[in-house]
Design a protein around this ligand. Sequence first.
Ligand code: GRG
Length: 292
Amino acid sequence: MFKDYLASSKQTIEQLLSQVLTSPNQEFKPLYESMNYSLMQGGKRIRPILSKAVLEMLHKNPADYKEFLCAMECIHTYSLVHDDLPAMDNDDYRRGNLTNHKVYGEGMAILAGDGLLTYAFQLMTENKTATPQQKIDAIQCVAAAAGPEGMVGGQAFDMLSEDNHIPLEELKVLHSGKTGALFNASVKLGLILGSANSATTSALMKYSNCLGLLFQIIDDILDVTGTIEELGKTPGSDIRQHKSTYVSLLGLESAKNQATLVGQQAHDALDSISYDTSILSALIDYLLERTN
Ligand code: GRG
């Protein structure tokens, strides 16, 4: 059952995450508390689960690459902590709890985000299984995805687009940076560490492009249709910030149709792969049907 796979993978990732952020230094405890507060607060763990599923498809043991899985979630969590700050989205709730700056103050939340981002790269260098070349390729791939050509670029474009109507083509660029880049990196990490051949790599990169877009279209839909209980954060933030979204540009029904279409394209991309893609396929449907 795919539900069991998701639940046990989430548990595995959380078990690994619970071990990474410790400091022998008493004076640094408040910083670590703030980092752990956001890191250990649930969430779907979808990015490390994606890397894990790709590694498993390629017959690798994900436990051998645990530092990379944890790094993806540390980077994702940093982005949420910073995104919630008053200078950005100014949100009070995240993952069903008060946002980091609401509990620890703005200064500490900025540092917790900085700490999570930087520590992610330290973690990846500490892996003992990947070859030196695999480590360089994996770290380069994650850095490019998180940086100015990826998530940070998309976030900056998003910030500047507030209160402005942007056309669908520009919205796609925004999403592919802000959300798609980390999705792509999660899949690519698995491909690099699992020594995938070029045909598998190219098929799965098509898959992850679709998956990132699908994830974001559903995110836009949930911002309109979701409840605070389901989402763990206040819905309607896109409308309040006058952001262009798939729903504002296409309408709710067309946005749903678009999500289904992109989901089908993701399934199509898996067709040519000679490995067992059942988990990657079930992930598409899970993301299409998700309510949080
Ligand atoms: C601050 C550099 C920087 C980037 C922020 C992640 C992000 C970019 C903004 C968050 C706002 C948002 C709604 C982004 C689009 C989709 C997204 C990344 C949603 C949150 O990810 P989930 O649903 O969260 O995987 P959980 O809590 O399940 O981990």
